[in-house]
Design a protein around this ligand. Structure first.
Ligand code: MG
Length: 321
């Protein structure tokens, strides 16, 4: 039961086409058809940043979070794709003049023990364990045992992260954090619901393990609020939901000012990867792609060393019909 991803195609006045992926399913399509399309066609602005601002300004009374930014994301990404193609540059090259890294470090997200086993066997450099199957109030010892056995199999020097998908509370999170401190865990992700800001502030202050979040946060304003309240130590914006590449660029700037790390959600997929490579020179890290993200050709190659950046014009994607 999800709203589903949406595919967006834009055509520039020059005739160049671009493809983007956003969220919000049919509701997202409705937002584009009834509002975004018209407000873009009526403007004579022409840079991706300007067009993004037009869309955000026009929808700000009802669309600061959730569905509308998810729809804007798809349009924004399609505009960037078309813009890159029109000037013959990859999005990476639009973002920086620095020569690209050959490969980016990657972490594998796993949902059960079998996937974790496979990730270890494949020599993945880092593994994130989803722990929803342990329920809303897991015994800290259960999570402790999972992390201990993963650390034993993975060895030292490789990162382990946990993702609670917003199901815990402050007490559970702190109890688990103390239980697993000895296993060198990189972060605990979305320990509580995304809108429980005060709980995030408490956890980010008191947890011995860094707190990550932002997978379900939107636009510049949303991330400014997270940074101002010191709610998380790691931002995890999803480029297909948070407002697109224009928002992701703004989020990297906010993070830099606040000394917050950025590790985009599903970062190995083609839309986030160039931003990670171009905008994070210190600790770039790309999350493994989701198996359901299969509508496009042009997915990056994954090797034991990490994920390879492609440098075709735009995002280098085409429709997988
Ligand atoms: Mg997550």
């Amino acid at each position: 039961m999800t709203l589903g991803q949406i595919l967006v195609e834009v055509t520039l006045a020059s005739g160049e086409k671009g493809i983007g992926v956003g969220g919000g399913g049919k509701s997202g399509v409705h937002v584009i058809d009834t509002v975004l399309k018209e407000c873009l066609l009526e403007t004579d602005m022409d840079t991706p940043h300007q067009l993004h601002k037009v869309m955000c300004d026009h929808t700000s009374f009802y669309g600061r979070k959730g569905l509308v930014p998810m729809a804007i994301s798809g349009v924004d990404l399609a505009i960037w794709d078309a813009y890159g193609k029109s000037v013959g540059k990859s999005v990476y090259e639009l973002l920086t003049d620095v020569p690209p890294p050959a490969v980016l470090p990657m972490y594998q997200t796993v949902f059960d023990d079998a996937e974790a086993e496979l990730a270890v066997k494949d020599g993945k450099q880092a593994v994130k364990l989803h722990v929803e199957r342990f329920g809303d109030r897991p015994k800290p010892e259960e999570i402790g045992e999972l992390v201990r056995s993963t650390r034993m199999r993975l060895g030292e020097g490789k990162a382990i992260m946990l993702d609670a998908f917003g199901r815990w509370n402050v007490d559970t999170t702190l109890a688990v954090a103390h239980e697993i401190t000895q296993y060198d865990v990189e972060w605990i992700e979305e320990p509580v619901r995304p809108d429980q800001l005060e709980d995030y502030v408490t956890l980010n202050r008191e947890s011995p393990i860094p707190i990550a979040g932002g997978e379900h946060e939107y636009l510049e304003e949303g991330f400014l609020a997270l940074a101002a309240s010191k709610a998380v130590s790691v931002f995890q914006p999803d480029i297909n939901w948070c407002g697109g590449l224009t928002s992701l660029i703004q989020i990297y700037r906010i993070a830099e000012d606040a000394a917050i790390r950025v590790v985009p959600h599903r970062g190995s997929e083609p839309y986030s990867l160039p931003a990670i490579a171009a905008l994070d020179r210190e600790q770039p890290l790309a999350e493994s792609a989701r198996s359901w993200f299969d509508c496009l050709n042009g997915m990056a190659e994954v090797t034991p060393a990490g994920v390879e950046l492609l440098l075709s014009p735009g995002f280098g994607v085409s429709l997988n019909t």
